[in-house]
Ligand binder design. Structure first.
Ligand code: FEO
Length: 396
């Protein structure tokens, strides 16, 4: 495969993984993913920015051979996770003169994960530069998107920024250049929801930093490369903003239909009030869709049946996941149904405690909801509608 040139002497040398179905064994991939690697050929030195997922090392090395790459001086590791560093041991065997250039935190991770010897590293600090002759690489240590070891590499003369996982997407392609489609936007949002949303504050900070730098190209380590940088930066400015959308997300699991009946009742109330609703069946739904809704939702209402004396395990899994993903939602409530007793909401509330949500008094019913229970649902709906009106109508 001939490497695609992005800018003068800077090439894409990553690979598609069309068959990968899950990432982090957590959220399904709709379009596979890519592991991006970049070759930078200066007048004196040659560098790789990030490498390859271990499973594809052989093909990656074969491509370097087919493109006539006989010498690598530097392997820039923007992040220690093995989907980008996995080929380093093989690269060091093939190019024994190569040095790994990275920050101190990332060096420690690579040594632990890949057992690379310490003398193979050149450790850089923030804003330090490395000359390749007619090209200069500048390192921007950017912890927290999404590991403490992350950094960006900036090719100064070419105005190309390599952002590692930040601004990425799980999206495969023939050409590595972004197609700016709705599908790409969808994949980038799904990726943000799972990988970057827990670090929203850091994402916001770095989005601003990238905006100010104004690179001609943004080259992440998954998904396509952007020369219309507004496409991805505008999306990140929206997703990372402190304000949610006029939206309620309602993940639920219902064993005999009572919980779903309550969820449906609330859904109609919210929709009549002009609020967008995602009703999400936890058992059959795709967790990626839920994560994407959590990027925007202002309110989370969970519905759960009781299993023995506790929330349904599928509901507990979603509460745990939502707590990890740290969405910007402000309000929450619960509805649920039981047969003979137990603690439904205490445990779910505890699992969501990291989100600091303002809780609207939930509703637990025995068996099927009665007329009195529907009046209670009206109370929940009205309280949440009022809160949304205060947030969203005030701005109209
Ligand atoms: Fe794509 Fe955090 O590795």
């Amino acid at each position: 495969m001939k490497f695609q040139e992005i800018s003068n002497g800077i090439y894409y040398c990553g690979l598609n993984d069309n068959d990968r179905k899950m990432f982090d064994e957590l959220i399904p991939l709709e379009c596979g993913t890519t592991y991006n690697s970049y070759l930078i050929t200066g007048s004196e030195k040659t560098a790789l920015v990030d490498t390859m997922y271990p499973k594809f090392t052989q093909k990656y090395i074969q491509n370097l051979d087919e493109n006539g790459i006989t010498k690598i001086d530097y392997i820039i590791a923007n992040h220690g996770e093995q989907d980008h560093t996995g080929s380093i041991p093989t690269l060091l065997e093939k190019y024994p003169e190569a040095k790994i250039v990275t920050n101190a935190t990332c060096k420690g991770n690579i040594m632990s994960m890949l057992h690379v010897e310490e003398d193979k590293f050149v450790v850089i600090k923030n804003e330090e530069t490395l000359s390749l002759g007619d090209k200069t690489l500048k390192f921007m240590i950017s912890p927290g998107v999404h590991w403490p070891d992350t950094m960006f590499t900036y090719a100064v003369e070419d105005n190309v920024l390599f952002t590692c996982d930040f601004l990425g997407a799980h999206y495969t392609f023939e050409s590595c250049m972004a197609d700016y489609s709705r599908e790409l936007e969808h994949s980038a949002k799904r990726y943000y929801a799972e990988i970057m949303m827990p670090f929203r504050t850091m994402c916001k900070k770095y989005t601003k930093q990238v905006r100010e730098l104004n690179p001609s190209w943004i080259c992440p380590s998954h998904g396509p490369i952007y020369n219309n940088i507004d496409f991805i930066l505008n999306l990140y400015e929206d997703w990372t903003s402190d304000e949610g959308k006029n939206m309620v997300v309602m993940p639920y699991v219902s064993m005999y239909g009572s919980t779903e009946e309550m969820v449906d009742y609330l859904k109609k109330k919210f929709e009549s009030a002009g609020i967008d609703v995602l009703k999400f069946d936890i058992v059959t739904g795709d967790l990626g869709d839920l994560a994407m809704a959590l990027v925007d939702a202002t309110t989370i209402i969970m519905g759960s049946s009781m299993v023995l004396t506790s929330p349904h395990p599928m509901a507990a899994n979603v509460a745990y996941l939502a707590n990890l993903l740290r969405p910007k939602a402000k309000f929450a409530s619960f509805v649920g149904s039981y047969g003979w007793g137990g603690n439904l909401f205490g445990k779910l509330t505890e699992m969501l405690s990291g989100l600091k949500l303002e809780l609207v008094e939930p509703l637990l019913v025995k068996g099927k909801p009665t007329q009195k229970d529907f009046e209670e649902l009206d109370r929940i709906a009205n309280e949440i509608i009022q809160k949304h009106e205060n947030l969203f109508l005030a701005k109209v």
